[in-house]
Design a binder for this molecule. Structure first.
Ligand code: IMP
Length: 191
């Protein structure tokens, strides 16, 4: 079966390629010359992932999936959530996003948070959602250079290092994205 990953982010495609079983032919938007911007208008990860995959499915008629991820901080009522990429502005600067989170959490002792990934898969007009969650804490000073986004301030529960201090291979074993994509993989293996 041909399956289209509804993302314009080629880094993401590379990262998850090995997680897709070999009975599936994974293709990207570039390979079908699709360059339209994909809408992301909602305020939950579920709705955004769903909107993206239905948008692509309706335009192309090809079975596909889309993902959406956010960092949800308890003391901030779940923020930045769907705003994670552009929390400090449309420039989407990770450094500024991290600074904003740290300043909002100044003097707040509850540092509980979680990364959550939702994948929406559409096969023959039927949608299925998969969720991956990793709980952790926000530390007060960015530490480590690996990864991206909020990795330098996130320590997953049960660990002593931030995501940015872990080799990418370690992060990929326990991350929200890995958990969600492993569920997708198990589901697709049955095809
Ligand atoms: P996306 O939905 O995968 O594009 O993720 C949205 C935003 O969430 C990214 O731009 C990052 O700011 C943040 N994010 C997602 N996954 C991670 C991660 O694994 N580590 C750190 N930040 C992440």
């Amino acid at each position: 079966m041909k399956l289209l990953f509804a993302t314009q982010n080629s880094h993401k495609l590379f990262e998850i390629k090995h997680l897709i079983p070999s009975n599936i032919e994974l293709i990207d938007l570039k390979s079908i010359n699709f360059s339209e911007e994909i809408p992301e208008d909602f305020d939950t990860l579920e709705q955004n992932a769903s909107q993206k995959s239905w948008f692509i499915f309706n335009k192309t008629g090809i079975n596909c999936f889309a993902d959406d991820t956010g960092l949800e901080i308890e003391a901030l009522g779940g923020k930045p959530g769907v705003l994670s990429a552009r929390y400090a502005g449309e420039v989407k600067s990770s450094t500024d996003n991290v600074k904003k989170v740290l300043s909002e959490l100044k003097n707040i002792s509850n540092r509980n948070c979680r990364f959550r990934t939702i994948i929406s898969l559409i096969i023959d007009s039927k949608e299925q959602l998969f969720e991956g969650v990793v709980n952790g804490k926000i530390i007060s000073k960015p530490t480590g250079y690996e990864g991206f986004g909020y990795d330098p301030i996130f320590i997953p529960d049960g660990f002593l290092q931030t995501f940015a201090e872990m080799p990418i291979s370690e992060k990929n074993k326990i991350s929200h994205r890995a958990l969600a994509f492993n569920k997708l993989k198990t589901f697709l293996e049955a095809f």
